[in-house]
Design a protein around this ligand. Sequence first.
Ligand SMILES: [Zn+2]
Length: 140
Amino acid sequence: MNACELCDSPGGEILWQDDFCRVIRVGGGEADAFPGFCRVIWQAHARELSDLTAPERRHLLDVVAATEAAVRAVVHPDKINLASLGNVVPHLHWHVIPRWTDDSHFPAPIWATASRPPPARALPTNTDLLAALTAHLDTT
Ligand SMILES: [Zn+2]
C-alpha cells in the first residue's frame, strides 16, 4: 500500500542531489525527442509548492532555475518549458524540457499529440550537464 515509484527508485539517472531534491535525466523516448530533458524532484512527499516552507520553496526553485540554465547552456534549445503537474505521484516535481521549433510537438506541450516525427539530435553527456548544473547552482 505504501509503494511509491519515486521513493522506490530515482525515476531516472541521477545527475545531482542533496537532502531536499534531486535532478534526474529523463530516459526513454522522451529523452530522444527532447535531448537534455531533466526533472527536479522533491525528495519527500509534498503535493503542492505552497506545502513547502519558504526556505524549502526557494531552494527548490533555485535548483529548477539552475537546471534550466544548465540545459540551455548544453543543448541550446529555442525555448525551455517548465511544468509542474504532479497528478500521479505524491512528490512535487518540475519538468525542465528543452524545446525546438522543429521538435515533434512544437508549439504544443510535449504531452499533446505529436505533429511530426522528432528530428535526430545528439544527446548531451551527463558530464556536460552536471558541469553546467554545478556552475549554475548557488551553493552558498
Ligand atoms: Zn514517494
